[in-house]
Design a protein around this ligand. Structure first.
Ligand SMILES: [Zn+2]
Length: 310
C-alpha cells in the first residue's frame, strides 16, 4: 500500500507528531549479509543482500531508497547488480533512480510492468509535477520500469547465492513475486506478508487489486513447499527472525478470522456501513497497528462474501 492519507487524517497526524515525521529506514540484520530496511512509519520495507560479486536490492520507495543506498555505500564498495520489485505499488517500486549510477538490472513480473504503464506512471508524473512539498522527492528522476518482466519462476546466481524468484499470482496485487535465498534460509515476501500491522490493499495508481481468495491460495502454495526458511521477511512491519512458517500461518488465519467476523455480521443483517462502524477486532489481532487500513478490507470482505459466498 501507498503512503497516502486523506488530508484530514494527515493534518491530525501532523498535529499529533508536531510535524510530519521524516521517513526513516533502519537496517535490521536477518542473516549474514541480509538486511531488512525497516520503515519507521509502518510503510514499505526494503531488503538488501550483500554478496562478494555485488548487491541485490529488493523494493525501493522514492522517498526512502536514498537511505538504502547510503547503507550500501557505507557497507561495501561493490555495486548494486540487481533490483527486484515485489509489486508495482509506490512504497515498493518507485525509487529505482537512486541506484542508476550502478546500472543494475531490474526484474519484476510482467503484470507489474502493465500496472506501471497503465496506472502508476500517471500517478507518479502527477506527483512529480505537483508543488506539494510532500512530493518533493518525485523530482529526482523518472519512474522507469523493470528491464525484465518475468512470467515464470526465474533464478539468478550471484556471488555464490541463489535467488529463486517466483511470480505467485494475484493476491495482494496483480503480480506479487517472492524471492527465496536457500543459502540464507530467508524468503522475501513483499506485501504478501505484513506483521503486527493490518493489511493494506494492493494498489497501483489508486486502483485497488487485492483478492483474498487468491492471497490465501498463495500462502497455502508457499507453505506447501515446506522450504527450510528461518525468516519470512515482511513487506510491512517488523521481521520475526527465526519464527519461520508461523508468520505465514498467522497471516492466513488473519484472513479467515476477519472474514468470518464480517460473514457473521452480514448474517445478522448488518449493512456495510454498520460493519464499518461496529466491527470489533478479534483479540488475537488487537495489537496490530494502522487500523485505518482495515477500511478497505471491510469493503473487500463484504463484497466478496456477498458476490461469491466465500
Ligand atoms: Zn506496501
Amino acid at each position: 500500500m501507498k503512503f497516502k492519507l486523506p488530508l484530514l487524517l494527515l493534518a491530525i497526524a501532523c498535529l499529533t507528531m508536531g510535524a510530519a515525521a521524516p521517513v526513516r529506514l533502519t537496517p535490521v540484520k536477518i542473516a549474514e549479509g541480509v538486511y531488512m530496511m525497516q520503515h519507521s512509519g509502518g510503510s514499505g520495507n526494503a531488503t538488501v543482500v550483500f554478496t562478494n560479486d555485488g548487491v541485490v536490492v529488493f523494493d525501493f520507495a522514492i522517498d526512502s531508497a536514498d537511505q538504502t543506498l547510503a547503507f550500501i555505500r557505507k557497507s561495501t564498495d561493490k555495486k548494486v547488480k540487481y533490483l527486484i520489485t515485489s509489486h508495482s505499488a509506490g512504497d515498493h517500486a518507485t525509487g529505482s533512480m537512486h541506484f542508476r549510477d550502478d546500472k543494475p538490472i531490474w526484474i519484476g513480473t510482467k503484470n507489474q510492468i502493465h500496472d506501471f504503464q497503465m496506472q502508476e506512471l500517471k500517478d507518479f508524473n502527477e506527483r512529480k509535477n505537483s508543488t506539494d512539498p510532500r512530493f518533493a522527492a518525485y523530482k529526482l528522476g523518472d519512474l522507469g520500469q523493470p528491464d525484465i518482466g518475468i512470467e515464470a519462476p526465474t533464478t539468478i546466481y550471484l556471488g555464490g547465492l541463489t535467488f529463486q524468484i517466483t511470480p505467485e499470482g494475484r493476491g495482494h496485487s496483480t503480480g506479487d513475486l517472492t524471492v527465496y535465498i536457500p543459502q540464507k534460509r530467508v524468503m522475501l515476501m513483499g506485501d504478501l506478508l505484513d506483521t503486527e500491522i493490518h493489511l493494506g490493499q494492493g494498489e497501483s495508481g489508486e486502483i485497488f487489486y487485492s483478492n483474498v481468495k487468491g492471497w490465501i491460495q498463495i500462502l497455502d502454495n508457499i507453505m506447501t513447499r515446506h522450504l527450510p526458511v528461518d525468516t519470512y521477511i515482511p513487506g510491512h512491519g517488523p521481521a520475526h527472525i527465526g519464527r519461520g512458517v508461523k508468520d505465514l500461518e498467522e497471516q492466513k488465519r488473519y484472513f479467515v478470522v476477519m472474514r468470518d467476523e464480517v460473514a457473521k455480521m452480514i448474517a445478522a443483517g448488518k449493512s456495510l456501513e454498520q460493519i464499518e462502524k461496529e466491527f470489533k477486532i478479534p483479540q488475537e489481532f488487537a495489537h496490530y497497528t494502522r487500523p485505518e487500513r482495515l477500511r478497505n478490507f471491510y469493503k473487500l470482505f463484504y463484497n466478496q462474501l456477498m458476490e461469491t459466498g466465500y
